[in-house]
Design a protein around this ligand. Structure first.
Ligand SMILES: Nc1ncnc2c1ncn2[C@@H]1O[C@H](COP(=O)(O)OP(=O)(O)OP(=O)(O)O)[C@@H](O)[C@H]1O
Length: 235
């Protein structure tokens, strides 16, 4: 497992809105090893989503360097950044972002159409416990099942990095826990690097590393030598 698989050094992100500059991230530095399960917590407006967008190559940093698997994202032109998003990163969002007019299987097939080295879509649905629902449309699936499809879609790309923005934000307690169990398997069993952004600070106990973000900077970072199984965590 590669040490410092992700390395952020003095990352600034400034948004310009008319004449006003908004400093969303200020000199943010941290590192993440390959295969780590990382939880990023912090209050609303702290910069969590901004950070996830930079890590996912969906936005570019203003200053500093952000290295993922030896690539400095700052050096990538827009074509290379597109390739990075397609092949290196899987995304899991709060509201699933599935295409409503495609079945579960078709949603995954569409996502991997442009990906090299993709994994088998049916097998991924099997893995997330949805083998019997692959021909259902999103509207025929519960929220938890839709999130399982979106996790299968992320994994089918065989990405090095899985980024999750409030993955259980729209789910009830029990369903949320089962989704978190699935995401922790992605790190513990599949050895992918998984980064979860959340408001729920109870999730810190399941992580290998917790990054506390406040006012656009890393307030502090904690390594957890004995992460708990999600079934042992209550909130
Ligand atoms: N596209 C944008 N244009 C201008 N300002 C932005 C943009 N995106 C985010 N911001 C600002 O950057 C700051 C950080 O926002 P961000 O969404 O990253 O916070 P967050 O920690 O994810 O918050 P939440 O938990 O509420 O989702 C906020 O002040 C926000 O208003």
């Amino acid at each position: 497992m590669k040490k410092d698989f992700i390395k952020a050094l003095d990352v600034d992100k400034t948004y310009k809105v008319g004449e006003i500059e908004i400093e969303a991230l200020k000199k943010m530095s941290f590192s993440i090893d390959e295969g780590e399960l990382v939880v990023i917590v912090g209050p609303s407006g702290a910069g969590k989503t901004t950070l996830l967008n930079l890590l996912g190559g969906m936005d570019t940093l203003t200053r500093g360097s952000l290295i993922v698997d030896d690539k400095d994202l700052r050096d990538l032109n827009s074509r290379k950044l597109t390739l990075y998003r397609r092949t290196d990163v899987g995304f899991v969002f709060q509201f699933y972002n599935l295409m409503p007019n495609l079945t579960a299987l078709e949603n995954i097939e569409l996502a991997i159409e442009v990906t090299k080295d993709a994994l088998d879509a049916k097998e991924m649905l099997h893995k997330v416990g949805l083998k019997d629902r692959m021909h259902n449309f999103p509207s025929q699936l519960s929220g938890g099942e839709q999130q399982r499809v979106s996790i299968a879609r992320a994994l089918a790309k065989n990405p090095k990095l899985v980024l999750c923005d409030e993955p259980t934000g729209a789910l009830d307690y029990v369903t949320g826990k089962s989704i978190l169990g699935l995401l922790s398997d992605v790190a513990r069993v599949d050895h992918k690097t998984v980064v979860i952004v959340t408001h729920n600070s109870a999730l810190k106990d399941m992580a290998d590393k917790v990054i506390y973000v406040k006012n656009g900077t890393v307030e502090h970072m904690v390594k957890n030598d004995r992460p708990l199984d999600i079934s042992e965590i209550e909130w």
